[in-house]
Design a protein around this ligand. Structure first.
Ligand SMILES: Cc1cc2nc3c(=O)[nH]c(=O)nc-3n(C[C@H](O)[C@H](O)[C@H](O)COP(=O)(O)O)c2cc1C
Length: 303
């Protein structure tokens, strides 16, 4: 299929790896062999942290789903940067940044800016993750004053970094699927006002619809995979309506077939990402999605 151009970057294909699988950037070259058009590493935090106690990841096999409460276990931003510098992969690498669990949410901006400054020259794009359900109060940053203040601080520093380095690294926000319509309107407005380049919709859900009665269906954490697919695509679509092509949309959540990947594109995504589907369907899912999206574009061009 044709390369995809967005956010000033060229992607060999629109199918990427979602954040959380390679939190420390340790497997970039191996993952690239699976045929991804881009790879997102992280979430990484300023300092190393162990994450939550185990067990913290549960497979809900009957639902092709996972519940996780990893809690940003990672070796810290400097370790990740070493790995990114050392890898041979020449495609786009997104670096997903977060805050340490010990940092109060009121000081979250300090952690994001710390990571932003360090990853800036090493990332193809940078994702600000404010949507993990496993770091206390993190999702509060998705609403109202807290969101505005955070984006103001991050965007300010981002603009300075762009002029200091003399090159622009796109900034992307990653949101949860558990958003009310008013929150979507508000976030969309902020994205436009602060000239954020991209939006990743979505992270995992706190809802348990369809898995309540399954073994481990009541575990605390974020639910991913098939049960989140529909909601996640709906949220993506609602953002697409608000953003009218002003912000690049990256669709993630429950893609386990080429058809589901095409649904994200139809809902407004230019790029998609995989995680849980890859666990259940295996590496062949990457090419299935690339081919299905290519076929969809060919069909609409031929009309
Ligand atoms: C075990 C696990 C760990 C994850 N860790 C992160 C993370 O560190 N940062 C992040 O932004 N998203 C993380 N995610 C969320 C995924 O990137 C993705 O947004 C979500 O799982 C929905 O996609 P999926 O249904 O294809 O898995 C994680 C997901 C899983 C299953």
């Amino acid at each position: 299929m044709q390369p995809t151009d967005c956010m000033g970057l060229q992607f060999a294909n629109p199918v990427g790896l979602a954040a959380g699988l390679d939190k420390n950037g340790e497997y970039i070259d191996a993952l690239a062999e699976l045929g991804f058009g881009f790879i997102e590493v992280g979430t990484v935090t300023p300092k190393p942290q162990a994450g939550n106690d185990k067990p913290r990841l549960f497979r809900l096999k009957q639902a092709d789903a996972i519940i996780n409460r990893m809690g940003f276990n990672n070796h810290g931003v400097d370790y990740l940067i070493d790995n990114v510098q050392r890898c041979k992969y020449k495609g786009n690498i997104g670096i997903n940044i977060g805050k340490n669990a010990a940092t109060p949410v009121e000081q979250a901006a300090d952690d994001y800016v710390y990571c932003l400054e360090r990853v800036y020259p090493h990332a193809s794009y940078i994702t600000v993750n404010i949507s993990s359900p496993n770091t206390k109060n993190l999702r509060d940053l998705q609403s109202g004053e807290a969101l505005t203040a955070l984006l103001y601080t991050i965007k300010n520093r981002h603009s300075q970094l762009a002029s200091e380095y003399g090159f622009y690294v796109p900034l992307v926000l990653k949101v949860a699927p558990d958003l009310e319509p008013e929150q979507i309107d508000y976030i969309a407005k902020q994205l436009i006002d602060f000239e954020i380049d991209g939006l990743i919709a979505t992270n995992t859900t706190l809802k348990r619809t369809g898995v309540e009665d399954l073994p481990d269906g009541d575990q605390a954490g974020g639910l991913s995979g098939r049960p989140v697919s529909h909601t996640s695509t709906q949220i993506l679509h609602q953002f697409a309506e608000q953003l009218e092509d002003k912000v690049t949309l990256i669709g993630v959540g429950g893609i386990d077939s080429g058809e589901k990947a095409v649904k994200k594109i139809k809902a407004g995504a230019e790029l998609v990402q995989l995680y849980t589907g890859l666990i259940y369907r295996g590496p062949g899912l990457v090419q299935s999605c690339v081919q299905a999206i290519g076929g969809y574009y060919d069909a609409i061009e031929g009309q």
